[in-house]
Design a protein around this ligand. Structure first.
Ligand code: ADP
Ligand code: ZN
Length: 729
């Protein structure tokens, strides 16, 4: 039962303002229900809030201010409130920030704008001309779907004046209707393919899960092209049949027109979309319709998880291992983990799909917490690419060149056969280092602890930490000698230069996030390439994510050792995933693919695991190492980053925090640090990091909260808590 507050009753309201408590107000005229979205006065302003529960008393009733108005939106459901509370507790985020995350649709407080729509009227027209008959036919054909003047005119093939004439006679009714229209209905339909036995089995399991109406998480593991999408769309279809809502989460960059078209082809209409490319009006419509049940399927990026679903039955997290699911600023959450939390609260199913699951998910499946389904074969004639290392120690390569003769020969063969080749290098720009050959100085960013990266297309040096840029100087800023600055090492732009020199006839395309003004432009480019607009594609990790290049038969990895150098505990896992994803780009249709990895350490265990395809062995070895070290997923971790322009202040606070660690010691956790963060300065702010390590079963959040409550970072000092940190900068 939803609690009702009568006019004048005391209501506790949670607002989006950064306060650490709810505030009491009086229910407005007409009362309001628990969960209602409301507007309340706060000081001189009016702010958005939610009627969170009964007021707590204590505050002088005579001074209570009233809720200004109740917004015209579906009240927040109990389960959503629980989700926000628990997600906030898990990530140590104040509830007000969680509410902000859940109300990220501009204009929620505005009255819905109206537009005129047309329906069949009660009177027959005085004279039925052919044009008038077409209008009446169109209205009948569309039934209850309200059409605007433009839509109706187009559907009937008449001018607007014909319709206006019918309105005047009462044969057509003109009505005001809110602008936020429900999305067109979707139909479960049938898969366009005859599913293989393996696909059928997996689909049946997922479908049964959805039909059960209970919570469970399933890892759907299958190589790229094995039909994971086709299989999980079956689960979405079942969810539609059940009349519940489904959410498909994709890494932002994988949200392509291609994917949406596939969904539309399957279900007969476009789903609701939620990502950074969606217009403000559409965002508002999506938010409202999700809450009212006027959207059956949402396809979106990670924050779509915080929409106010009315009856969520299924969440798909595609490419679940993708690091972009971790939100790295503001509220630090991992959408994959929060999807599991949300589903467990509302009795929904979760499907985590990936060719290369994260170790966290792998471990949960091993432990029996997640079910596990595998698609082992690529669809149809497509087979897994042939994988091989190129031992760079024996290749004859001049300085400042990176494409080995062996790789160049293979690329040439593909071009001659009319096929595509991809050269992969996970480094933006022209060269990662600009070195003075006179004094040995390397040009760095003046406000970060990072080297400036030369971008030749932009003709500038750019800091990849803070984005600062500067013209490329003539003289060394250190010794003043002119003409001695030299680029060292390759970036994609430099690789493109080398490729163009080697293959002057070939059409090149460079795919790097910084070369495109918008995600849309980038996606358009990717689609062009898929249709054959390039012979050689040079790309960063952008290309690893879920695009189909049907004519691509060769992938050359320029530096397979690159990811293995960091001190990040996930370096091996990341390299393994990335290499396998990239290799998976080759040979998706009938032509077999080859992936060649240039490496100076072909006997490195990670490189060997990639080549042999013995994934289970790799994961087991990786799991053993992490277990021995007591780090995630076998132990718990939290990162605390303190930052300030004042280096002394951050170290002082860090040292004090390490000293006063009783609440953490009580649960057996230890504090490491303070130490300079791996990137010790960003945008002029010095950064110090503490790492808290605890056993898997330890009640970490409670202890952290108690520990942190002892400190009040003053002035310009900032403190950020990152539970389950992914990146270590
Ligand atoms: P994944 O999501 O694992 O990469 P997809 O579901 O995108 O795989 O399938 C890969 C390709 O194979 C797609 O083009 C899809 O249309 C096709 N495909 C998958 N299953 C079948 C099937 N049973 N019959 C015909 N084509 C299929
Ligand atoms: Zn910088």
């Amino acid at each position: 039962m939803v609690r009702q507050f009568d006019e004048g009753a005391r209501v506790a309201v949670l607002t989006t303002q950064p306060l650490d408590r709810v505030l009491d107000y009086k229910a407005p005229e007409g009362g309001c229900v628990e969960g209602a979205f409301v507007e309340v006065p706060l000081g001189p302003r009016k702010v958005l809030g939610v009627a969170w529960g009964p007021g707590e008393g204590g505050y002088d009733a005579a001074k209570l201010r009233a809720i200004t108005r109740v917004l015209d939106a579906a009240p927040m459901r109990e389960e959503m409130r629980e989700f926000l509370i628990r997600a906030g507790e898990y990530t140590l985020t104040p509830l007000s920030s969680m509410l902000r995350l859940a109300t990220r649709a501009p204009g929620l407080g505005d009255a819905p704008t109206m537009r005129k729509v047309y329906r069949a009227g009660d009177h027959a027209p005085s004279r039925v001309t052919e044009a008038r008959a077409r209008v009446l036919d169109a209205l009948e054909a569309y039934g209850d779907a309200a059409l605007t003047l433009g839509e109706l005119a187009e559907a009937a093939g008449v001018s607007a004046s014909v319709i206006k004439g019918l309105v005047a006679q009462g044969a057509v009714r003109e009505e005001n209707s809110p602008r936020d229209q429900p999305y067109p209905p979707l139909h479960p339909g049938e898969s366009p393919y005859a599913l293989t036995d393996e696909q059928k089995c997996a689909a049946a399991e997922l479908t049964a899960g959805v039909a059960s109406g209970t919570y469970a998480t399933t890892l759907l593991k299958g190589v790229t092209g094995s039909g994971k999408t086709e299989v999980y769309l079956e689960a979405v279809a079942e969810c539609l049949r059940q009349g519940r809502q489904a959410l498909v989460l994709l890494p932002e960059i994988a949200l392509t027109a291609e994917f949406l078209a596939r969904v539309e082809a399957r279900f007969g209409a476009r789903p609701a979309e939620w990502h950074s490319g969606v217009t403000i009006t559409e965002r508002r419509r999506c938010w409202r319709m999700v809450g009212e049940g006027g959207a059956q399927l949402v396809v979106g990026a990670r924050s779509a998880l915080f929409l106010p679903y009315r009856e969520l039955g299924l969440i798909i997290v595609d490419e679940e291992h993708d690091t972009s699911y971790k939100q790295e600023d503001g509220v630090l959450y991992n959408a994959r983990d929060m999807a599991v939390l949300r589903a467990s609260i509302c009795g929904a199913q979760v499907v985590l799909a990936s060719a290369t699951p994260s170790l966290e998910t792998w471990a949960n499946a091993e432990a029996g917490k997640y079910r596990r389904l595998a698609l082992t074969r690529r669809f149809g004639a497509a087979v897994m690419p042939h994988l091989e290392a190129i031992d760079m120690r024996v290749e004859d390569l001049p300085a400042s060149q990176w494409i080995s003769p062996r790789l160049a020969g293979e690329v040439r063969q593909r071009i001659e056969a009319g096929e595509q080749a991809l050269l992969f290098l996970n480094r933006r720009g022209y060269a990662p280092v600009t070195l003075c050959r006179a004094c040995g100085h390397q040009i760095g960013c003046h406000q970060c602890d990072a080297r400036m990266v030369e971008h030749r297309f932009l003709k500038r040096l750019v800091c990849h930490q803070c984005g600062a840029s500067a013209p490329i100087p003539e003289a060394c800023p250190n010794c003043g000698v002119e003409g001695k600055l030299a680029p060292v090492g390759p970036g994609v732009e430099r690789l493109a230069e080398e490729t163009a020199a080697l293959f002057p006839e070939a059409r090149l395309a460079v795919l790097s996030s910084d070369l495109f003004g918008s995600a849309r432009a980038l996606k358009a480019k990717i689609e062009e390439i898929a249709e054959g607009a390039a012979d050689i594609v040079i790309g960063t990790q952008l290309v690893a994510k879920g695009h189909n290049f049907p004519n691509l038969t060769l992938v050359g990895v320029i530096d397979a050792d690159l990811g293995l150098q960091g001190s990040d505990m996930r370096a091996a896992e990341r390299t393994f995933q990335l290499m396998r994803q990239v290799a998976g780009r080759a040979g998706r249709k009938e032509r077999p693919g080859t992936a060649l990895l240039q490496t100076y350490q072909p006997e490195h265990p990670v490189i060997r695991a990639i080549l042999s395809g013995e994934e289970e062995a790799f994961w087991r070895a990786e799991a053993d190492e992490r277990r021995a070290a007591g780090v995630p997923p076998y132990g718990r971790m939290a990162g605390i980053v303190l930052s300030s322009p004042d280096v002394q202040a951050v170290f002082d606070l860090g040292a004090e925090m390490a000293r006063r660690d009783q609440p953490l010691r009580r649960i057996g956790a230890e504090v490491l640090g303070p130490a300079p963060a791996p990137i010790a300065r960003i945008r002029g702010r010095h950064r110090v990091r503490l790492l808290v390590k605890a056993e898997k079963a330890a009640p970490l959040q409670g202890a952290l909260a108690e520990w942190l409550a002892q400190f009040r970072p003053r002035g310009d000092l900032r403190l950020a808590v990152d539970i389950d940190p992914q990146s270590f900068f």
